[in-house]
Design a protein around this ligand. Sequence first.
Ligand code: HEM
Length: 211
Amino acid sequence: MTTTTPIPDVPPVATVQVSLSQRLKAETAGQHDRMESLMARAKVFAGRDHYARFTAAQYLFQQDVESFFDDPSLRDAVPDLQVRGRLQAARDDLADLGATVPDEPTATASVQMPAALGWLYVSEGSTLGAAFLLKAAQEQLGLSAGFGARNLAAYPEGRARVWKRFVAALDAQPAGTHDAVVAGAHAAYDRFGALLKASFKLDGSPSFTRG
Ligand code: HEM
């Protein structure tokens, strides 16, 4: 006679939901390190001429990002889009510095939502580190949030508050979009890195690992 042993119920394995903002931060950490390393190699604050080259790169990057601002699906995702973006600030800074405003086409003509949100993440996140860059521009170059370093200034409502709202917008995006947003963020970091390298004629690149 055979006996059967009942199989105990196996509890389901707990799945941890990782939010989009957490994924972006974790999966692009290597890219952020690379930017800091490129900025150090460029010696951005070695003089106003160096800083103007950084500002030209910032201008072109902001041009790429603001090219999405009329997209209704991005406006749906980020309802306070009108308070964001630093294209005009970078243009005014270049004028303050007596530097030429670059005249180049955007690199994002074929980029759409949800990847566009990843580009915006890189731009918005960079406003956080910009607090340190503003301090350097003030102390080392005599610039300010009203002259030459507007593109590094906090938004009028404050950096943390505007960032917190952006994180909430990210984390309201449906899970099916997350991979495309992360891919957009990688592309945006790649673009900013390429702009810095071109602006400062940096050859080669430090060892680059994503993630
Ligand atoms: C020397 C240059 C830089 C420094 C010192 C720096 C520093 C920082 C710091 C301290 C934070 C975290 C702030 C916080 O959590 O309160 C941050 C966040 C961030 N930075 Fe930078 N940064 C630099 C350059 C850049 C550049 C060039 C970009 C992009 C083009 C960038 C993109 C970001 C992003 C996207 C975040 C948000 C990360 C997250 O929490 O998801 N940073 N940075």
